[in-house]
Ligand binder design. Structure first.
Ligand SMILES: [Zn+2]
Ligand SMILES: [Zn+2]
Length: 235
């Protein structure tokens, strides 16, 4: 369902910063915009034909917003396009953008916990954010994206999965489930270890689960052997 520009954790430069997209004709939904994302968008020439660009942000770590300013500037100055930015906390996003020189008129910020968008290509789509535990220094969110009749769960960076979300998966209410997964397993881990993922999600539900934000300590074969999928970088 989602295409990925990168699937790596912050230091896994080989896979690029974790970021996903869905494109339909002249509309593009982008999820997160880390340091390597603008370069990837340019490599794939994804922005040129886009009239409506939506960027959903999960949190403010550099591997999720590092090139957000570049993407907004490029749209503003070169493509003459206003980016639609989606983030729950209006004030934090405005402060961040202001501090890197992005002025308010260069983007349209859609904020709140529940967001509905009307787009000419995708028609109606909605995003429902939920807070997740990641680090104790900044806020972080997961979200449920309802798009073209499908429900997608996207964990953002999170070291846990809420019971509510697990129930939805088990009741068949989620079509695709994207989870931040890492090989390392230690106390106060900001990401979800593969060991915990295996404990939380039983075998019958794993075919809908895609591991993403991968570190260097997790082997692809191990993920697949356990019945999970791996988010693949779009070529
Ligand atoms: Zn993070
Ligand atoms: Zn991250």
């Amino acid at each position: 369902m989602l295409n990925f520009l990168g699937t790596g954790s912050a230091f896994n430069t080989e896979l690029g910063n974790n970021s996903a997209f869905v494109k339909k004709e002249t509309s593009l939904i982008l999820i997160d915009c880390g340091g390597t994302v603008f370069h990837r968008l340019q490599q794939l020439k994804l922005l040129e034909v886009i009239k409506n660009l939506y960027i959903i942000i999960t949190h403010m770590h550099p591997d999720h917003v590092g090139s957000l300013g570049d993407v907004i500037f490029y749209n503003h100055y070169i493509l003459k396009n206003k980016v639609n930015l989606i983030y729950p906390n209006k004030e934090h996003m405005e402060q961040f953008l202001l501090s890197i020189g992005v002025r308010g008129e260069m983007y349209r910020l859609i904020s709140g916990a529940e967001i509905e968008v009307e787009d000419e290509q995708f028609r109606k789509f909605s995003i429902e954010y939920g807070p997740v535990s990641h680090t104790d220094t900044i806020e972080a969110y997961s979200f449920m994206l309802q798009l073209e009749g499908k429900i997608i769960y996207y964990s953002g960076d999170s070291n846990n999965i809420s019971l509510q979300v697990l129930n939805k998966l088990e009741q068949g209410e989620i079509d695709s489930f994207y989870q931040d997964t890492c090989g390392l397993d230690y106390e106060a881990n900001p990401h979800l270890s593969f060991n915990t993922l295996k404990q939380l999600i039983g075998k019958p539900y794993r075919e809908k689960v895609y591991c993403m934000h991968l570190d260097q300590h997790l082997q692809k074969e191990e993920i697949l052997k356990e019945g999970f999928n791996i988010a693949e970088v779009y070529k």
